[in-house]
Design a protein around this ligand. Structure first.
Ligand code: ZN
Length: 58
């Protein structure tokens, strides 16, 4: 099973998306993307929870 996430699912006007095998990998990719492209967004436990809630199994 592949997990996926995209910025648009979070209500962010951004075309980024990622897929990975594990929740940890998705979180790592999302964190990296946010650091690069959404510098006003905070990386904190709430961010991690939000990412996990947005992950979709495909
Ligand atoms: Zn984005």
């Amino acid at each position: 099973m592949t997990k996926s996430i995209s910025c648009s699912d979070a209500g962010v006007d951004c075309g980024w998306s990622a897929t990975a095998e594990t929740e940890e990998e998705i979180l790592a990719k999302a964190t990296e993307h946010v650091k690069e492209s959404h510098k006003d967004m905070a990386i904190n436990p709430e961010f991690a929870e939000k990412v996990k809630s947005l992950i979709k199994d495909t």
